[in-house]
Design a protein around this ligand. Structure first.
Ligand SMILES: CCCCCCCCCCCCCC(=O)SCCNC(=O)CCNC(=O)[C@H](O)C(C)(C)COP(=O)(O)OP(=O)(O)OC[C@H]1O[C@@H](n2cnc3c(N)ncnc32)[C@H](O)[C@@H]1OP(=O)(O)O
Length: 560
């Protein structure tokens, strides 16, 4: 359930971003699509200890690898890879997109005062601009035809979405004949080898921690990098039903250094009325020296093969960047707990016209929580909280179907690890003794890159929550209740020495983000389904990428 590392958006920079996106789109028209033709030799030379295979072997393996990597000849070309997406669409499709996208329409109307018609301008836009309305994260997006790998995969295409969401019928994209699934992994680049990581072995867990710690997701300005602790990885990668085979690594053959990783864990996922047996794919990581060598498609194909072999034909994953084609998109929001530290490390800007002192006061919190009956969750609460959470999540279009074992693993783990990962609280009615509310958050630090004063930011991420108030007849009661719950969550997180509290626009979060002084982040999180077509789901943001109460109820799955 990975994500783009996000920090607070600089409000002054945002206005320029849309204009830049337009300029960038014309640059992209001339950019060449990635070929996927890098040689194995080149890759082997990149990491210390990469073994040199014999010349002959290399040549024949290279041939094999090339076709495995690019999937060339397997799928028809979708169009000219250098052409902007707008060119592939009919006039009706372009009009439909404009109707669905008032922000984009305004933007183009304002610019079309010159010689170009709206229609001509639309045709120059790339697909991310068409879909997201010039959202800044679309700047580097490619169109479907340029996705040499993704265009060969059973995922919804940009064109399918553009031709009308009502035409999309939820269901699997292709049937998998388990008998025909390859029994062995595809060849690895010379000098590297497949490995199944044994995460019961502390040393191997540490290796994954090291790889991710140095090479995992960073923000766009390379200021912060996610730092998943070994305790966190142990928790995230060993969910009930976990399989060792789904912890896939690549080692340099000579040095045995771990240079790439991808993982899956099993879950049952409800998408509207359909419950899918899925894998949740996460922690894809390639050593920085091996980037842009098309190792990613090989890793994805291998985890896919291993899932298919186990009879799992669908997957869910989240990525910060735009790929074909999100089923939903959420935005990150951040609530400062230690504003001054966040300012010092460059996470939070000082808003124009404000002062440090004013910002510190703005984010000050009381020392004590205010909800009567709030306490840490206990073993005796498990059944009632699970029942409450299940009912709460049924209100969402997409959510995990939790078993008791899964619920306990994620929200009330019996083993307390070296470093605590998850915190869960309940509200118990003092009279009836019933559990009326529940919330949880988890701990994910980020390394501060190159800062002399601070090594890490301690971030609490809002995890699952639920409240009986959601089932009251009076729908207006939910907002104040969630605000009260989240306010107490902020106070508790501050007590636990967190610097910032993060939340996405999923679940009912838009109901409290503004009131609890969360600021919009510069990162988005796209949700994807593999081998499953589904009509888009609301991600809690509007067409302008703002948190929106009118766009809730889609995403009820929180990914780590
Ligand atoms: C049924 C079971 C199915 C199971 C499988 C379900 C699918 C699971 C999908 C995976 C879910 C992962 C969820 C997470 O963990 S998302 C977190 C990803 N990790 C990071 O961001 C960590 C830092 N970055 C890296 O380690 C590398 O930059 C990565 C590994 C991301 C790309 O390395 P590199 O930059 O060296 O690229 P390449 O030359 O090898 O390959 C280029 C091709 O790879 C496509 N690409 C790039 N980034 C991603 C990405 N994050 N998801 C999917 N595809 C991605 C790209 O569009 C291009 O294909 P195409 O555009 O030409 O078509």
């Amino acid at each position: 359930m990975p994500q783009q590392s996000s920090k607070l958006a600089d409000p002054e920079a945002t206005a320029d971003a849309a204009a830049e996106a337009v300029a960038e789109s014309s640059k992209q028209q001339h950019a060449t699509a990635e070929s996927g033709e890098e040689s194995g030799e080149e890759v082997a030379g990149m990491v210390e200890g990469g073994e040199q295979a014999t010349e002959k072997k290399k040549k024949s393996r290279k041939k094999k690898i090339k076709s495995t990597l690019t999937g060339k000849g397997k799928e028809p070309e979708v169009g000219d890879p250098n052409a902007p997406a707008g060119q592939h669409l009919s006039k009706e499709q372009l009009n439909m997109l404009l109707d669905a996208n008032p922000a984009l329409k305004n933007e183009l109307q304002a610019k079309s005062k010159g010689n170009e018609s709206m229609d001509q301008m639309m045709r120059k836009l790339n697909v991310s601009e068409l879909l997201t309305g010039l959202a800044p994260q679309g700047k580097n997006a490619k169109d479907m035809a340029s996705h040499a790998f993704w265009k060969t995969q059973p995922v919804l295409s940009f064109d399918e979405l553009a031709s009308g969401k009502d035409k999309i019928v939820d269901g699997p994209i292709k049937d998998i004949d388990i008998e025909k699934v390859e029994k062995e992994p595809s060849p690895m680049y010379p000098g590297f080898e497949w490995v199944t990581m044994d995460l019961e072995d502390e040393k191997q867990l540490e290796e994954v921690y090291d790889l991710l710690g140095n090479h995992y997701v960073e923000d766009a300005e390379t200021m912060f990098r996610f730092k998943y602790s070994p305790s966190f990885l142990n928790w995230a990668l060993k969910a009930p039903g976990w399989r060792k085979e789904w912890h896939v690594g690549v080692r340099a053959t000579a040095s045995k250094k771990l240079v790439a990783f991808i993982s899956g864990i099993p879950l049952e996922l409800r998408v509207r009325k359909n419950v899918l047996k899925c894998s949740e794919v996460n922690f894809l990581c390639v050593h920085k020296k091996l980037r842009s060598k098309r190792l990613t498609p090989v890793l994805i194909k291998e985890i896919t093969r291993r899932c298919y072999v186990a009879g799992i034909f669908q997957a869910v994953y989240t990525v910060g960047s735009l790929l074909p084609t999100p089923v939903s998109t959420c935005r990150y929001f951040h609530r400062a707990l230690e504003w001054e530290k966040l300012y010092d490390v460059g996470f939070s800007p000082l808003p124009h016209g404000s002062t440090k002192q004013r910002q510190i006061i703005r984010y000050k919190l009381p020392n004590k929580t205010s909800l009567v009956g709030l306490r840490a969750m206990e073993t005796k609460d498990v059944d009632s909280v699970l029942d409450l959470l299940k009912r709460y999540l049924e209100r969402m279009d997409m959510a995990q179907v939790f078993t008791k074992e899964e619920f306990e693993h994620w929200m009330f783990p019996s083993e307390v690890p070296k470093e605590q990962v998850v915190w869960s609280y309940v509200v118990e009615d003092p009279e009836s003794k019933k559990i009326t509310d529940f919330f949880s958050f988890y701990n994910l630090e980020s390394t501060v890159i190159g800062n002399k004063k601070y090594d890490v930011i301690r971030a609490a991420y809002l995890f699952y929550y639920a409240t009986e108030v959601a089932f009251e007849k009076d729908k207006m009661l939910l907002k104040p209740r969630l605000n009260a719950l989240v306010r107490d969550a902020l106070i508790l997180a501050k007590k636990e020495k967190f610097d910032v509290f993060n939340a996405l626009t999923l679940l009912d979060n838009p109901l409290f983000l503004e009131e609890q002084r969360f600021g919009a982040g510069d990162g988005s999180l796209h949700y994807y389904l593999y081998n499953y077509r589904a009509q888009p789901l609301a991600g809690g943001i509007d067409i302008r990428n703002q948190s929106s109460e009118k766009h809730m109820g889609g995403i009820g799955l929180v990914m780590l």
